[in-house]
Write a protein that binds this ligand. Structure first.
Ligand SMILES: Nc1nc2c(c(=O)[nH]1)N[C@H]1C(S)=C(S)[C@@H](COP(=O)(O)O)O[C@H]1N2
Ligand SMILES: [Mo]
Length: 385
């Protein structure tokens, strides 16, 4: 049989059932085919808003209809508002334990080369309460961080790279119950080993267009496979040092308190927010002529996936199909065909497993996580057919 292109399929108006019979993945269909309609979720909190606060934007995941989040829907959060950066005066400085400190204009940076890749991420505070909308996926263009670091020449003995944004705010730092006021600049760090991996990118464009002020104009860090907090926006300084950087957003604010049983006793430890915990989310349900379709996405640290499964009501776990266009650090779209849906209310949940054997936990399995961040629990959804 000659291969059928998407265009041929569309112009021939082949029905979904025929496609399935031909063994073609449903991804060959447009996101919402003409005869398809959206099935409403009945679990969206009344308080849900895509603009819950000034300068905050939440993605409405029911609108996901392709691999890339449009720039004007890409989620946005930050701690101190969005600073105005004058591109004419702007310089990115690279300082500290380096042989050649650098001060680069935006044009200098663009001249250092262009890398382009797809990365999806979520805020570590993303949760069912926000309908998982603190998440997005984009194509980023910029310069590999390690190109900049090798230009500057990292000195022997350095082991930490700190990234500062142009944004600052007043903070009370708690020292044994005593509050000390400081002006805090937003900063995050990576170990030198992480910073010199091939992936981290100093990005100047999203989806081929210069970053908006929301997304960190003119430059931001993108660390693929990590929670959003690593992706420092309005990046203004890269500082190479020896020893951990313990700024507020590294050492205090982005922590998870977890209990781990060691030698028969629960030992409580705090861990830094770093790589994305394995998570799948059901985002939309559609009705076609003779079946329904459940679509969602997975976010993780880049480990290849073993499976994504969907369970409807008390039925068995059934395999979902992954979009072949997914890439290592993109979010991974999946779809699952649902036949024989009866009119009325239904519940459904998804779970993802990676090749290292990690399985997305249930809420009960996350019981020993006492803080709210990194909620990657399986998320049961409710729909009305
Ligand atoms: N300079 C700076 N960068 C920042 C932040 C910030 O407050 N200041 N917030 C971080 C957090 S917590 C998240 S989740 C992401 C959000 O990126 P986005 O607005 O492009 O989605 O930005 C990160 N980068
Ligand atoms: Mo975040």
């Amino acid at each position: 049989m000659a291969p059928i292109t998407r265009r041929e399929v569309l112009t021939a108006g082949v029905a979904a059932g025929t496609l399935a019979a031909l063994g073609l993945p449903e991804w060959l269909l447009p996101a919402l085919a003409q005869e398809e309609t959206l099935v409403p979720f009945t679990d969206i909190p009344a308080s849900f808003s895509t603009t819950p606060a000034e300068m905050v934007r939440v993605l409405d995941i029911r609108r996901i209809d392709g691999p890339f989040t449009p720039a004007d829907q890409f989620f946005t959060v930050q701690h101190y508002g969005q600073p105005d950066v004058d591109p004419a005066k702007y310089r990115l400085s690279i300082s500290g334990l380096v042989d050649r400190p650098l001060s680069l204009s935006i044009d200098d940076l663009r001249r250092l080369g262009t890398t382009d890749f797809v990365a999806g991420f979520e805020c570590s505070g993303n949760s069912p309460g926000r309908v998982q909308g603190l998440s997005s996926n984009g194509r980023w263009t910029g310069v590999a961080l390690r190109t900049l670091l090798s230009r500057a020449g990292v000195k022997a003995g350095a082991d930490e790279v700190v990234f500062f944004g142009a944004d600052r705010g007043e903070e009370d730092v708690d020292f044994r119950g005593r509050m000390i006021k400081v002006t805090q600049q937003f900063g995050r760090s990576l170990s030198l080993a992480e910073a010199t991996k091939p992936e981290p990118l100093v990005a100047h464009a999203l989806g081929g267009a210069p970053l908006s002020k929301h997304q960190g104009f003119p430059l931001r860090l993108i660390v693929p496979g990590w929670y959003g907090v690593a992706n420092v926006k309005w990046l203004s300084e890269i500082h190479v040092q020896k020893g951990r950087y313990l700024g507020k957003f590294q050492a205090r604010w982005y922590r998870t308190l977890r209990g781990e049983t060691i030698n028969g006793e629960v030992k409580w430890t705090e861990a830094e927010i770093s790589r994305l915990q394995l998570k799948s989310v059901i985002a939309r349900v559609t009705r076609a002529a003779d079946h329904h379709r459940v679509t969602g996405f997975v976010l993780n640290d880049g480990t290849p996936l073993q499976s994504v499964e969907v369970k409807i009501d008390d039925g068995p776990w059934r395999p979902a199909v992954l979009d072949p266009k997914n890439t290592r650090y993109s979010w991974k779209l999946f779809t699952c065909r649902w036949d024989g849906a009866s009119p009325g209310d239904h519940t459904m949940v998804s779970r993802v497993t990676d090749v290292s054997g990690r399985v997305q936990p249930t809420t009960a399995e996350l019981e020993s996580k006492l803080t709210a961040l990194e909620n990657n629990a399986q998320w049961p959804r409710k729909v009305r057919v």
